[in-house]
Design a protein. Sequence first.
Length: 130
Amino acid sequence: MGRRPTAGRLTASRLTVRQRTYIRRAETAGMDDRLERVIRQQLRKAGKQFEEAKRAYAEAKADPEGNGENARRYGLATDDEGRARIVCRRHAERRAVAVDDEGRPTCFEDGHPDCEGCAEDIRDGVAESW
């Protein structure tokens, strides 16, 4: 950063010189990168919070009592919290999810063939569990 004197003001007793600070473009590049990184981190954090809230809402909607009755009704293995322990067809991962009255897990996406097949398997009692 360099300071350059600007046009001064002449007062009755003295000449005052104001200084302006000039920031070179190269010096702001690092600041821009840091700001961008912080913004991305905060957006990612907000996105994770949103997804967690969305998942919690869907689970509460699917099993309002929180007792896992629907998972047991369809003969699924459950965890300590009463959530069905299934293997997701779509993402090929283990999940512990609540099941609604129609035999759909909370991760169910309408119209997706893997999700439709998973819901059918749950209703038929042949869903893969862990």
